[in-house]
Design a protein around this ligand. Structure first.
Ligand code: PMV
Length: 319
């Protein structure tokens, strides 16, 4: 029998990617959609047609998706006090975000998998337990993630995340964000390793401090509903990400084009090395000009309006 779908939200980082790994805050928001997964009785498997994922866990034990699903199932069994053999289901997902593009796709998937498995075996796990199970899957993909993606994938909404204290929800003024996909594949783990190499893992590195300072300014700006100042913080953050070597010519071009089309600020979002750019437009701007400018260059776009309180509440009620 099919259980109702479980959701994990995608996310955008407005400010603070990479520096968040070193303990500094990040300002981020969940998207209104992500990955939804339904569970049916069967051997452990995950199918997400939009991402060309079709993995039978026992048949492909080396596949990273199989390893992630197995790790999540083991943790769901552990926290629910069930033998891992009982934590089994055929999971069918629907993805409404791009995979591997900096929008937290793997966290959206792992949170949805954890929720679907827990619900399928009748275990009533709280959000901490879901995050812990999802993080076991995230570690397969990302090694040592900050936890930001999993926190937002499970909670929805916007907030300030710190590694040591987790997510502090933040109410945001109305914002229109344009998201463009550079189409270049990238690996979060590789980009995080690159930053560790160029900074020698030193959190006092001036580029990481610059990112942290831009994030602080952005948090002040968003709290004061000062969108031009938030855009400026995004521009500064992008220049520090360039200095760290995690941007690309395509992402830099997208930022220039967005600002020329009237955006207050633009930057890469997520780990960089490809993936998505993010542009903040003004209060009276619907984002269409930036989206059209990016589409003219061949990039896929989506427009996200925050806060998504109504939509989030509906989705959460259904999860
Ligand atoms: O590109 P994404 O969606 O995997 O986001 C990565 C964000 C980083 O700060 C670079 C890494 C992390 O674990 O927070």
């Amino acid at each position: 029998m099919l259980a109702p779908a479980a959701i994990g939200f995608g996310k955008v980082i407005l400010l603070g990617e990479h520096s968040v790994v070193y303990g500094y805050p990040a300002l981020a928001s969940a998207l209104s959609c992500g990955v939804t997964i339904a569970a049916a009785t069967g051997s452990l498997a995950l199918v997400i047609p939009q991402w060309q994922v079709e993995v039978e866990v026992d048949a492909s034990p080396e596949h990273p998706v199989a390893q992630a699903v197995a790790a999540i199932a083991a943790e769901v069994g552990r926290v629910a006090g069930r033998p891992s053999a009982e934590v089994s289901a055929r999971l069918t997902g629907e993805a409404a975000i791009w995979a591997g593009a900096g929008l937290g796709s793997s966290a959206a998937m792992t949170v949805a998998v954890a929720r679907a498995l827990a619900r399928h075996i009748g275990a009533n796990l709280d959000d901490d337990a879901i995050r812990s199970a999802a993080s076991c899957g995230e570690r397969v993909f990302h090694g040592a993630p900050s936890g930001l993606d999993v926190a937002l994938a499970s909670s929805g909404g916007a907030g300030v995340f710190r590694r040591d204290t987790g997510l502090r929800p933040l109410s945001v003024p109305p914002l229109t964000l344009v998201i463009g996909n550079s189409g270049q594949p990238r690996s979060t783990a590789r980009m995080v390793a690159h930053v560790a190499a160029v900074t020698a893992g030193d959190r006092a590195d001036p580029r990481l401090c610059g990112l942290a300072e831009a994030t602080d300014r952005g948090i002040d700006a968003i709290s004061a509903a000062d969108l031009p100042a938030l855009g400026q913080a995004m521009r500064r953050a992008h220049s520090h990400l360039v200095e760290l070597g995690v941007s690309t010519a395509g992402l830099d071009q997208m930022c220039r084009v967005a600002e020329a089309a009237g955006a207050y600020g633009a930057k890469l979002t997520g780990a960089g090395g490809g993936g998505c750019a993010l542009a903040l437009v003004g209060e009276q701007d619907d984002g269409a000009a930036v989206a059209a400018a990016w589409r003219d260059l061949g990039f896929a776009t989506r427009i996200e309006r925050l806060p998504r309180n109504d939509a989030d509440a509906k989705l959460r009620a259904n999860r």
